[in-house]
Design a protein around this ligand. Structure first.
Ligand code: ADP
Length: 455
């Protein structure tokens, strides 16, 4: 995965986590707001009805003389009261007492029940047909599906039990209010989540910026350090070569030491070159010099170049070219990328092993497979071999003279060319490295070009 992809993925993850957590908190808050509002509605209705019932109770008790009997004074106090045993008065007369005018409003009602819990009078016959008073305690709420009511015991002026007074109100208004609130919350929630998502993406970008900056600084430092090391290493190399070839140096012990130093110096030089290339690719400071390249020619050239090394191990790399493949790329980089794969296949294969390189078009990509009969790579190491300096088996890899950067460079070059490099391997059965690069559609082995020319 390239750094850009890694940063983008991390930013996406960070934004995803922010959004999930914030959405959960917002969701819990929305549910809490709805519940609190529903509770408040109920409480304020309860307080209101208790207050009205108390006022009625105080106004009615002095005019009640006989248990279960509605006195004319009660009818005067409560307009629109309908006596159940007689004919109901026509509704609509204007109330004269302000406190009790609420019963003229829609939704409110008052009921009178006698001691045997039979309905005697009501202000809204439609609403309360199913309501039973609760005689257990005064001011006890009767909560039905669509009405809320409080009930109160009444006494006559002499202190005799008279019956029950029930004051209630339809829940229609409060339910409509809660439904509107629910609608606003349901519409507002996804909009808020979308806003949180966008804000999280922006915040994740800000949070990632210092990390990206320090990463770039580290890369720049590596590039600068490698660059600075180049000159002294080259000077050492020249000195060692002079010392090795000087006529006065006949001491075999010293010769051996110089040779070791020379070998290590070459290794160090290779490491610095690799590091410089990697950082150039990371920092995108290398001029691409992209041009159409013929992969068949590149692979043939490389097989020829490594034939001597392969022959030392009695290996004859085989090229299976099903198609002629052209890609747009940097010639030097492409040689290095494919060369790393072929040289690894030769290095890690046993003597008389097999190395096959196949070329074919696959899903509109140029596909190169490098297969060997080496020791194979363990599953857990397969994802890590493209990391810098990672080696499956330190001793075995060092013996090959590698720096541990070969596959990291190969992966970086593949990504630089908008391609990808993967591995399929089984312990004991060998490995196959699969490289896929976008085909150069406009240059399908360009006419007039020499087949021996790579780019
Ligand atoms: P090195 O310079 O050590 O070869 P590379 O980056 O090329 O570094 O490879 C990383 C590691 O992956 C190697 O050390 C080796 O353990 C493993 N590896 C690479 N290619 C092969 C292969 N063809 N077969 C088995 N193991 C391999």
């Amino acid at each position: 995965m390239s750094e850009e992809q890694l940063f983008r993925q991390t930013k996406l993850k960070l934004a995803g986590y922010y959004t999930t957590v914030m959405s959960l908190i917002l969701g819990i808050c929305s549910v809490a707001i709805y519940q609190i509002e529903a509770y408040n509605q109920k409480q304020s209705l309860h307080r209101e009805l208790v207050s009205i019932a108390g006022t009625l109770h105080d106004g009615l008790e002095p005019v009640l003389t006989r248990p279960g009997q509605i006195e004319p004074e009660v009818e005067r106090l409560i307009p629109n009261l309908c006596i159940v045993v007689t004919q109901c008065h026509s509704l609509g007369s204007v109330p004269r007492i302000h406190t009790l005018s609420v019963f003229a409003q829609s939704g409110y009602y008052v009921n009178f029940w006698d001691l045997s819990k039979t309905l005697i009078a009501t202000t809204q016959p439609r609403l309360n047909s199913n309501i039973e008073p609760n005689s257990a305690a005064p001011f006890l709420a009767n909560h039905h599906a669509d009405v809320y009511a409080v009930t109160l015991k009444l006494k006559t002026v002499n202190g005799q039990a008279w019956g029950y007074l029930e004051v209630g109100r339809s829940l229609e208004h409060s339910q409509a209010y809660l439904q509107t609130l629910l609608l606003y919350l349901s519409i507002g929630y996804p909009i808020a989540v979308l806003g949180i998502g966008l804000a999280s993406w922006w915040l994740a970008g800000i949070a990632m910026q210092p990390v990206a900056d320090s990463y770039e600084k580290i890369q720049q430092f590596t590039a600068d350090a490698a660059h600075e090391l180049r000159t002294p290493i080259a000077a050492m190399q020249a000195t060692l070569e002079t010392a090795l070839t000087s006529e006065g140096n006949t001491n075999p012990e010293k010769q051996g030491m110089f040779q070791t130093l020379h070998r290590q110096n070459l290794r160090l030089n290779g490491l610095i070159q690799d590091l410089m290339l990697l950082t150039r690719l990371d920092l995108n400071t290398t001029p691409p010099h992209f041009q159409p390249c013929n992969l068949n020619v590149i692979v043939s050239d490389l097989i020829e170049e490594f034939s001597a090394i392969a022959l030392e191990k009695s290996i004859v790399p085989a090229l299976i070219a099903e198609d002629q493949l052209a890609v747009i790329g940097n010639e030097e980089h492409l040689y290095q990328l494919i060369g790393n794969l072929i040289i690894n296949a030769i290095h890690y294969s046993p003597d008389q092993g097999e190395v096959d390189i196949s070329l074919q078009e696959h899903k509109h990509m140029a596909q190169i497979k490098v297969t060997d009969t080496g020791p194979g790579i363990p599953d857990d190491a397969q994802a890590r071999i493209f990391e810098r300096f990672y080696r499956v088996n330190q001793d075995r890899s060092r013996a090959t003279g590698g720096t541990g950067l070969g596959l990291a460079i190969a992966q970086s070059i593949a990504q630089y060319h908008h391609g990808h490099l993967t591995v399929v391997s089984q312990i004991g059965l060998g490995s196959t490295f699969i490289l896929e690069l976008p085909l150069a559609r406009a240059h399908p082995i360009w006419p007039g070009s020499s087949r021996d020319q790579s780019c």
